[in-house]
Each structure stands twice: as C-alpha cells, then as structure tokens.
Design a protein around this ligand. Structure first.
Ligand SMILES: [Zn+2]
Ligand SMILES: [Zn+2]
Length: 276
C-alpha cells in the first residue's frame, strides 16, 4: 500500500494550495472505488472491435471495477455512449481523453461533465492536423451508440500529435476543471519520461500513470526524476482483457475534485496501487 509517497504528516495540500477544502466536506463518508482511468473504445484506431460500450461496462463489472474513464486518442465521441451503457450499473464513467501533445507525450485528461469535455474537444479539434485516417495502416475509428451499433466513421486521423504544448494542455484542461495525468511514464514511446527525460519545471502534476508492466516501487527506483509524485496504475485497455482495476481510491464521491484530494492524501481521502 505504499503508492502514496507523501511524507508522513504532510497532506500534500501545501503543494497545491488552490485545492481548497471545506471542513464540512472533509467529514463526509467515504466509499471504495476500484478504478481503471485509461480505457479505449473502437474510436481509437488501435483498439479491438470488442471495445464497445456494453462489453466495456460488463467487463468492468465482472472485474469488480466501479470507476472508469474513457480516454480515446484525441477524441471523445464515444464517452456518452459508455455512460449511457453504464447508467443502470454501479459504475461511474468519467469523461476523458488521451491527448497526444506536440512533444508526442500522451496525457490523460479527465473531467466531470460532458460540457467540460465538449469544450476541451473543441479546442483539440481546432488544433488537430487536418489529415485523413489511413484505415489500412492505423485501423478503423468508429463512433457507436450505447449498444455498440455503428453510427459513423471518424475520418480525421487521430493517431497524431495535436498542436498543443504539454504546458498549454495542462493549463487549459485545469482551467476547464479537469485534471491531467501523464500516461504510461514507464513506456518507451509517447511518455513524459521517455520523450523529455527530465520533468518540465514549469508544470506541476498531481499524479503520473504507470502501466501494468511495472509497480510504483519499481517506477520510483527506475525514474528518480519523478521525485515523490503520486503514481496510479491503469490498464490502457485496448482490449477487454486489459481492463485492470489495480488503483483503489477512497472517495466521498467519484469526481475530479475527490481524486485530487485522494492523490494529495487530504481529508482522509487516499489511494493505493494493489500489487498484482
Ligand atoms: Zn498512450
Ligand atoms: Zn492509451
């Protein structure tokens, strides 16, 4: 349970003073959330055809996961379909996206509301290079409904860098009320650590994501440049068997604000990465 590396006695709020917490909110009862905050759908060209809303929801429930985020590459058109598919289940679906920045770094961008996500998507669309997807090379990009039926193809190439610097992306997502978590920092490609080496000094991250192929202890050892930044683990699921559910949060409510508190170890909120 040693994922949170904050020094004992320190809540972490000192590092992020903008996270204001009311005393009354801190006293709310907490629930346990088994989370996988990095899941692709058939809108991502690299995802399997089985990654449709009802099967994602069914698989999450079978694995005891009750908090997920849908994070397609530079796109979000299937988020609401997964939310509808989960409407009657004990499963929260956070609206999200996996952005590829100008530096070719992948960032999880997580939000609370469809409006926040739509505002972010509009900004991304305006800066996405106007290229046609090469289906043969990259794969199909399908928008589907909540039962997984085909609605349309996304013709714009999604496997590409959006003209946002990492810093701009963090600024804009945060301004909209979302949170940015750099993805799979232990991977050789499209990761903050692999692409930049050192972490940027002008951006603060509340958490970093590690893949299924490492543990927090191993990542802290291999990448000393990440310092004490909290690490979460997600499946980066491109197929159903890749849904993971090894990051456990204690939250009053499944929201971005509550995730922030848990990552800061504040207000009794907490999280840990279960060792596989
Ligand atoms: Zn990625
Ligand atoms: Zn991904």
């Amino acid at each position: 349970m040693g994922a949170n590396r904050l020094i004992k006695g320190e809540t972490g709020l000192e590092r992020f003073p903008e996270v204001a917490v009311k005393e009354v909110e801190l006293k709310r009862e907490l629930d346990t959330y088994v989370a996988d905050l990095h899941i692709h759908t058939v809108l991502s060209p690299c995802a399997n055809v089985e990654m449709i809303p009802p099967l994602i929801v069914q698989t999450a429930l079978e694995k005891g996961i009750n908090l997920i985020a849908i994070t397609d590459h530079n796109a979000s058109a299937n988020v609401s379909a997964v939310q509808k598919a989960a409407a009657r289940a004990s499963l929260t679906v956070l609206p999200g996206m996996e952005l590829q920045t100008r530096e070719e770094v992948h960032l999880l961008c997580l939000f609370d509301t469809p409006e926040q996500l739509a505002a972010w998507q509009a900004m991304v669309d305006a800066r996405l290079p106007d290229l046609e997807n090469d289906v043969e090379f990259f794969g199909e990009q399908f928008v589907v409904n909540e039962t997984g039926e085909f609605i349309r193809r996304e013709h714009r190439l999604l496997s590409v860098s959006v003209d946002f610097s990492l810093r701009e992306a963090v600024t804009e997502v945060t301004r909209l009320g979302g949170i940015v978590i750099p993805a799979h920092i232990d991977r050789q490609a499209y990761s903050l650590v692999a692409n930049l080496g050192l972490l940027p000094t002008d951006v603060s991250f509340e958490a970093l994501e590690i893949s299924r192929f490492t543990s927090p202890a191993e990542a802290y050892r291999r990448f000393p440049q990440i310092g004490q930044i909290p690490l979460i683990q997600n499946g980066d699921a491109h197929s159903l068997d890749e849904l993971l559910g090894t990051t456990i949060f204690r939250l009053a409510f499944p929201s971005v604000a509550e995730l922030r508190l848990a990552l800061l170890n504040a207000g009794n909120r907490s999280f840990f990465v279960q060792s596989g």
